[in-house]
Ligand binder design. Structure first.
Ligand code: HEM
Length: 135
């Protein structure tokens, strides 16, 4: 069997370390913390299992949660560009603490940036017209 990216990244240990470093930051973040549930360790585990599965690791995420439907699962949260950028900033810090080769780091980062932009569900208004519209 060809080696999955999951193994190249370092398997379960890597995804656990990355996501722990990310959630340690979410825990005190003024924009993100209020969006997350009280049970932060449970949320941490969901992201960890999802990323492990996405990169070719065990299918535990889907066994427990079903089809990811990530965009749908993010609908309850107001994700504007500020929330998106904060999520990415914390993830970037978490990623920079890991010990990946530049190639793997850039592969993972490119994916995370694309995914985070796809999760934004409140668009920016380039014209700055108030949301309630003109009177
Ligand atoms: C763009 C900024 C983002 C914000 C503000 C955000 C916020 C949230 C929040 C508040 C939750 C609920 C926590 C929970 O109960 O699990 C959540 C869940 C989750 N997020 Fe995000 N998220 C963002 C981007 C992403 C990205 C880029 C990914 C994947 C690469 C992702 C993957 C997940 C997963 C897998 C879950 C758990 C889904 C479930 O099984 O219920 N999120 N997110």
């Amino acid at each position: 069997m060809t080696e999955q990216p999951y193994d190249q990244f370092g398997g379960a240990e890597f995804f656990s370390s990355l996501v722990a470093a990310f959630y340690a930051r979410v825990a005190t973040d003024p924009i993100l913390r209020p969006m997350y549930p009280d049970d932060l360790p449970a949320a941490q585990r969901r992201l960890e299992l999802f990323l492990a599965q996405y990169w070719g690791g065990p299918q535990t995420y889907s066994d427990e949660r079903g089809h990811p439907r990530l965009r749908l699962r993010h609908n309850p949260f107001t994700i504007d560009s500020a929330a998106r950028d904060r999520w990415l900033a914390l993830m970037h810090e978490a990623l920079s603490e890991q010990d990946l080769s530049p190639e793997l780091e850039s592969q993972l980062w490119t994916y995370l940036v694309g995914a985070a932009f796809a999760m934004q569900n409140v668009p920016d208004d380039p014209y700055g017209i108030p949301a309630e519209g003109p009177r």
